[in-house]
Design a protein around this ligand. Structure first.
Ligand SMILES: *Cc1c(COP(=O)(O)O)cnc(C)c1O
Length: 475
């Protein structure tokens, strides 16, 4: 172990930035990697070497040679130059995986995004009159046609939609919500917090497990701007429970002259039973038919579209929402609208929607088709020093949607010789593209429900890399 003074002596051998930059391997990078990135990589590599000397991990000046630093810098520069937002293979079986980007889009939506992105468009331009148009016009007709709503507008996500509606219809006024519906969706979206940020006042009624219409009625005495029903997307209150129905809230709202809003969370257009699920989830159309004044939901949950918040409802409320200055701050861009229009059009034929929207077709895939794909795919792995087996399990819808829905599936369970499930799981994440699986009973498991056929080649390559690559990463 080097003493303080020999550390000092070693540090004198650290290569200089200019020496490393002049190295032929580093010079070769400049054709494909921007200058500033290469320089940063060189400086980072030299600091890394300095830290290793200080930590007594280097005790030989040979390890500080320009060649060594150049090697490290080249690796760093290539890594830095990769896009940060990268493709990942989702083998978790969670269809709407919020951390992995929720809904993949259908091909038609991707084509429309490319078209809108590559040039000018009629985003806010009425081509027939030559005058200014509204970006909402691009999808409003489709949204109304599919749901029976009078009017529609679109914002950045459902959290924005809820915030905007509360701010528009209930600023400085009370919003009545059941204590059983004060939800938290993924950490930063909590109904009480969104409420206070919107400038409205939370009026909680009932109890966690039981809230009756009478509870809402008693709250109507105060200054109330809105009755809010929130879909308990990611949990269920079961057992001794009771809630007021939307119908009941609507009649109470009409009685008191107060609008009723429903935050649907996922919002499905087609009946989930058509996807083979046993649970009936009311569609957006059914909720609107029940008389709700405003309904909001996400574009990238069960709809299977781009991230967006969709606001539907009675014309005079939507008009107020549209003209709120906050709407301008929360509006969506042309790429979102291009994708959303394509996805909504798919729903004009529900059978096509189930076939062509990746989110819906992944949910609808039955256990035997997943099993078949799993067995066929496993055939490609026969030569590997690993044991492959099949486990009956369930996939999840995810994204805080249908938390109790268990979709029967068959997992590929992988056990590599001499490698723990944890190590294998980590190695799969280090592949390019990374593969995210799950560990069940100390076996690494992959659910092909969420892996497209086009991704199987990459998945196979990643598994080979993870099983065969014994090299320790790092130093
Ligand atoms: C998911 C969800 C939200 C948030 O929607 P985002 O599109 O993620 O902003 C709000 N409310 C409910 C009930 C939800 O399920």
């Amino acid at each position: 172990m080097p003493s303080g003074s020999s550390k000092k002596a070693l540090l004198k051998h650290l290569p200089k930035v200019d020496q490393v930059l002049a190295h032929s391997e580093v010079q070769g990078l400049f054709a494909s990697v921007p200058q500033l990135t290469v320089k940063r990589a060189v400086r980072d590599e030299i600091s890394h070497l300095r830290e290793r000397v200080m930590a007594c991990q280097i005790d030989d000046e040979k390890k500080l040679a320009v060649d060594v630093a150049a090697d490290g810098a080249v690796r760093r520069a290539r890594e830095l130059n990769k896009p940060r937002l990268r493709k990942v293979i989702n083998a978790t079986g969670v269809v709407l995986h919020t951390n992995l980007g929720r809904s993949p889009l259908p091909e038609e939506a991707i084509r429309q995004i490319a078209l809108a992105a590559s040039g000018y468009s009629n985003l806010e331009y009425d081509v027939s009159s030559g005058k200014r148009g509204s970006r909402d016009d691009l999808v409003e007709e489709l949204l109304c046609g599919l749901t029976g709503a009078e009017a529609a507008t679109v914002v950045n996500n459902n959290a924005a939609a809820v915030m905007l509606v509360l701010n528009t219809l209930a600023m400085n006024r009370g919003v009545v919500v059941s204590r059983g519906e004060l939800v938290e969706i993924g950490g930063s979206f909590r109904i009480p917090d969104v409420m206070s940020a919107s400038g409205s006042r939370l009026v909680e009624v009932g109890t966690t497990n039981r809230t009756r219409l009478e509870d809402y009625r008693r709250a109507m005495g105060g200054d109330i701007g809105l009755l809010l029903k929130v879909h308990t997307s990611n949990y269920r209150i079961v057992g001794f429970s009771e809630e007021a129905s939307i119908d009941e809230l609507v009649s109470l709202g009409v009685e008191g002259g107060v609008p009723v809003m429903v935050d649907l969370g996922s919002g499905c257009i087609v009946d989930m039973r058509d996807l083979g699920l046993s649970h009936h989830e009311p569609t957006v159309g059914e909720i609107l038919k029940g008389g709700a004044d405003v309904v909001t939901f996400s574009g990238d949950k069960l709809l299977g579209g781009p991230q967006a918040g969709i606001v539907l409802g009675k014309s005079h409320y939507i008009e107020q929402i549209r003209t709120n200055p906050m709407k301008r701050a929360l509006r969506v861009g042309k790429l979102t609208l291009a994708a959303l229009e394509a996805v909504l059009k798919t729903y004009m034929d529900p059978a096509t929607a189930i076939r062509n929207l990746p989110t819906l077709s992944m949910i609808a895939a039955d256990k035997s088709s997943i099993s078949q794909r799993a067995r066929r795919f496993a055939g490609r792995l026969k030569d590997l020093p690993a044991k492959v087996s099949f486990v009956t399990s369930s996939s999840r819808v995810g994204g805080g949607s249908l938390p109790l829905a268990e979709i029967p599936t068959v997992l590929i369970a992988l056990k590599a010789d001499g490698v723990s499930a944890q190590i294998l799981e980590g190695r799969l994440r280090e592949q390019d593209p990374p593969v995210v699986g799950r560990i069940v009973d100390d076996r690494l498991c992959l659910d092909l429900r969420t892996v497209s056929s086009a991704e199987l080649k990459d998945l196979e390559r990643a598994i080979r890399g993870a099983v065969l690559d014994p090299a320790e990463k790092g130093n």
